[in-house]
Write a protein that binds this ligand. Structure first.
Ligand code: HEC
Length: 99
């Protein structure tokens, strides 16, 4: 399982990407262009070198909020587990790689 040719299949995608797909993040975000919210690559660039970014963005995903990128609010995700939130936030901060 999970060798060579199967790398493109969803099951082999990074966990953060799977979490993003499973929680409708991609309805408002894309990896490389702005949709309703900033692209995940823009977010990675903005917080590059910010050691508090992971904790700060995890709270933002959970509680929602606005005013960092514009007036459109990011909805809260209270039902997501902390493990899923950290996986997706760390994936975003890594620049949302496809593998
Ligand atoms: C309904 C649309 C919508 C959905 C769904 C959504 N977002 Fe967002 N997101 C936004 C908007 C709008 C912003 C900009 C908020 C701001 O300006 O403070 C944002 C900002 C962010 C940021 C940057 C926050 C900051 O303070 O810089 C992260 C990280 C993020 N979203 C991750 C996620 C993840 C992960 C999910 C899925 C669990 C998700 N978003 C789902 C609209 C959305």
């Amino acid at each position: 399982m999970g060798v060579g040719a199967s790398a493109a299949y969803a099951a082999d995608a990074p966990r953060g990407q799977q979490v993003a797909n499973a929680n409708a993040c991609m309805g408002c975000h894309a990896v490389d262009r702005k949709l309703v919210g900033p692209s995940f690559q823009q977010i990675a660039a903005k917080y590059k070198g910010d050691r508090d970014a992971s904790a700060k963005l995890a709270r933002k995903v959970k509680d929602g909020g606005s005013g960092v990128w514009g007036m459109i609010p990011m909805p809260a995700h209270q039902s997501m587990s902390d493990a899923d939130i950290h996986a997706v936030v760390d994936w975003v901060l890594a620049g949302a790689p496809s593998k």
